[in-house]
Design a protein around this ligand. Structure first.
Ligand code: NAD
Length: 286
């Protein structure tokens, strides 16, 4: 397989821009595309704060900052991806939007370019049908975690027809940008979200049964299990509406064990979505 040098990232939102940063920090040139050039440029601008955190931690020097940012070129049209060796898509979590992006990329990218989607919940095999059959072997999932420039894990998910050579090339590429990839089957929720939401649902049950308060359940996970953050604080950071949506998808596939709890539904009905709305399981208004 050819050397991967030029990276394309589609979607300059929270995940896409941070994924672009992960590549740029490690010496790759990245074309960062959004629906418009302005949105792509805004995605790049938003990285200054994140880059500051890397500098503070000593992972990147102040002197490298300009070079890293220079390596990311915001682009507004697909033509600019014609030299890409690897493209990762992180646009809205919507099948039609993603299918349109992949079919446009399929027309301009070189035939040996690898395609990876960062989808959290759509079947990789289903998304792969957006590209011509000659490229099916080079299409897979690469699921990053937020904030993507900091979190080490990437779930690498082959679709039905992905070749082992492609999986290996992407696992190697992830290691080159400092990630720890794991190979996971194309099942709903992949591996991490299944473990994570099973835990969140159980945390909601503990509260319903009045076993302990949200504060104490968070304390239990931090001090008893070594988690950096408890489930209630984490749900509030992530947004309870999103938590409920993911659990509904898992429930549809796996049944009872992922049935979202009534107390989570009630938080969402009350618009207590978390930090974003000033109140979730905890109150952030003060
Ligand atoms: N947020 C998370 O913690 C997380 C974690 C892992 C994976 N994901 C997945 O990553 C993807 C992106 O999530 P996000 O949180 O960054 O969303 P986001 O809303 O922050 O960003 C999405 C970006 O895609 C752009 N976009 C939409 N349609 C486009 C198109 N046709 N062409 C180019 N750009 C387009 C939007 O303008 C926006 O900038 C989703 O598939 C999501 O499921 C999210």
């Amino acid at each position: 397989m050819k050397d991967i040098k030029n990276i394309g990232v589609i979607g300059a939102g929270m995940m896409g821009s941070e994924i672009a940063l992960s590549f740029a920090i490690n010496g790759y040139r990245v074309a960062l595309k959004d629906e418009t050039l302005e949105l792509a440029a805004r995605g790049k601008e938003n990285l200054t704060k994140s880059l500051g955190k890397h500098i503070k931690k000593g992972k990147v020097t102040e002197a490298d900052k300009a070079k890293i940012l220079d390596a990311i070129t915001p682009v507004g049209n697909y033509e600019e991806l014609r030299d890409a060796d690897f493209v990762i898509e992180a646009v809205f979590e919507n099948l039609e939007v993603k299918q349109a992006v992949w079919s446009a990329l399929d027309k301009v990218c070189p035939s040996d370019c690898i395609f990876a989607t960062n989808t959290s919940s759509i079947s990789i095999t289903r998304l792969a049908t957006s590209v011509k059959k000659e490229r099916l072997g080079q299409f897979l999932g690469a699921h990053f975690f937020s904030p993507a420039s900091i979190m080490k894990l990437v779930e690498v998910i082959p679709a039905l027809d992905t070749t082992d050579e492609t999986v290996q090339a992407v696992m190697d590429l992830m290691r080159k940008i400092g990630k720890e990839p794991i190979r996971v089957k194309d099942v709903v929720g992949f591996a991490v979200n299944r473990i994570f939401h099973a835990m969140l649902i159980e945390a909601c049950r503990l509260l319903e049964e009045e076993v302990a308060t949200p504060e104490d359940i968070d304390k239990a996970c931090k001090l008893g299990l070594g988690h950096p953050m408890g489930p209630y604080a984490l749900m509030d950071v992530l947004n309870n509406k999103l938590n409920l949506e993911v659990q509904e998808i898992l429930f549809e596939s796996y049944g009872e064990r992922f049935r979202p709890r009534p107390n989570l539904k009630q938080r969402v009905s009350a618009n207590h979505l978390g930090r974003a709305t000033g109140r979730g399981w905890f109150d952030y208004s003060k």
